[in-house]
Design a protein around this ligand. Sequence first.
Ligand SMILES: Cc1cc2nc3c(=O)[nH]c(=O)nc-3n(C[C@H](O)[C@H](O)[C@H](O)COP(=O)(O)O)c2cc1C
Ligand SMILES: C=C(O[C@@H]1CC(C(=O)O)=C[C@@H](OP(=O)(O)O)[C@H]1O)C(=O)O
Length: 401
Amino acid sequence: MSFQFESAGESHGKGLIVFIKGLPAGLTIELDKINKRLKERMSGYGRGKRMNIERDCVEVVTGLRGSKTLGSPLVFLIKNNDYENWSEYMDPITGYGREVLSARPGHADFVGALKYNFDDMRNVLERASARETASRVAAGAVAEILLENFGVKIGSFVTGVGEHIFPLPDDLLVGYERSRKSIFFTPFPEEDEKIKSYVDEIKLKGDTLGGSVLAFALNVIPGIGSYTSYNERLSAIISFHISSIPATKAVEIGLGSQSSRMLGSEFHDEFTTEQKPSAKNLYGGLNQYLPKGIFRRSNFAGGIEGGMSNGEPIIVKSFMKPIPSTAKPLNGLNIRSMKIEEASYQRSDVLAIAAYSVIVSMQLSIALAGCYLKKFGSDNINETLDNFARYKEYIFKRFST
Ligand SMILES: Cc1cc2nc3c(=O)[nH]c(=O)nc-3n(C[C@H](O)[C@H](O)[C@H](O)COP(=O)(O)O)c2cc1C
Ligand SMILES: C=C(O[C@@H]1CC(C(=O)O)=C[C@@H](OP(=O)(O)O)[C@H]1O)C(=O)O
C-alpha cells in the first residue's frame, strides 16, 4: 500500500509520533509548509485554553537527508507542551492519578473502559482525544506537498457553524483564500462578528457547537481510484479517511444526500459545449482533461464517477457534531458506583470547526496521495513524475484523434 500513515501518542503525554511509509525517494519536504498547516489546525474562534499552551511543529526523527526523502519511513515528533503540567500523572513509568470516573456522553469513555477493562477512563480519553488529529495534519501536509508535484491544489472552508449555514462562494480558490482571513475559516470574514456573538452566547450558556465544511481538490487527473474492487473506489477511500476524524457524523461526495431527492435528468453531469463553473453547479466545467471545447454542465457527482476521479474538482462535504464536553455538564455515569452523576468537565473547546476544516482537507490529501502513488509508482519521485507525464500525454493524444 502506498502512503501508509500511523500515529501514536496520548493527549497529555510527551507528544505525538507520526510514521509515514511508502513515500518516493527524492521528494523535497519543506517543513515550513507542514508547520503552517499545524498552526492553522490550532486556529479558529471557540477553541479552549489548551491551544494557548501548545505550539505545534514537527521535529524530523528519520527519513530525510538534505530535506529530501530517502524512501525509508519518515518519522516526526510533535511535542505536547502541556506534558510539563501533566508529567506526574502521565509519566510512562510512574504516572498515576487524575482519575476520570464519570463517563462523558459523546466520548469514548464508557465503552472504552468496558472494552479494555479500565476502571479509570483517563486511560481511554488520552488516546481518544482529538489531539491525535495534529498527527493527521502533519502527514496530510506531506501528502499535500507530494500532490503539488502533480499540479493538485487542496483546500477547504467552513460552510456552517451550528444553525448558521453559509452560501458557497462562486470561486473555490477565492473562497479558500478568504476563509483563511476569517476567524471561523468561512469564506465570509465580514460575517465574523455576527457568528462570534452567536458562539459567545452559546458559550455563556455552557453549551457547545458543531458545523460543516467543504473540502476540494483541483486538477485531479481522471482515473485516480478504480471501479474494479470495492476497496479501490476513490469515494470509499476518501469517505473512510474523513469519517475517521473524531466528531464526524456525515461525509458527502458532491451534492451528497441532496442527490437522492433529484431526478436523474437534474443530477447527472451532462457533457456540453458551454463552460459555466459556479457554486450553483458545484463548480462543473473546470476539467482540463476533456477534448477541446467540451465541458461538464455541472459537477454534482463531486468529481467522482465509478469510483474514479473524472477530472472535475473533487468536492467533499463533512459534518461535525457539537463538542461533547459541555461546561454545563450533561448526565454521565460513574463507572464505580454505577450511579448517574454530572459528567467530568475541566476545560474544552466550544467550537472547533476551523481546525476540523484543516483536518478534513489534510485527510483528503492523504487519501489522494495514496491513490496517486498506486497509479504512478513510489520508488523515486522522478520516475513517478515521468509515469504521470506519460499518462497525461496519452490522455491528450486520445482526444486529438
Ligand atoms: C479539532 C477537534 C477538537 C476537538 N475538541 C474537543 C474538545 O475540546 N472537547 C471535547 O469534548 N471534544 C472535542 N472534540 C471531539 C471529541 O474528540 C470526539 O467527539 C470524541 O473523541 C468522541 O469521538 P466521536 O465523536 O468520533 O464519537 C474535538 C474534535 C476535533 C476534531
Ligand atoms: C489538544 C487538542 O484538542 C483537544 C481535544 C479534546 C478532545 O476531547 O478531543 C479535548 C481538549 O483537550 P484538553 O482536555 O487538554 O483541553 C482539546 O484541547 C488539540 O486539538 O491539539
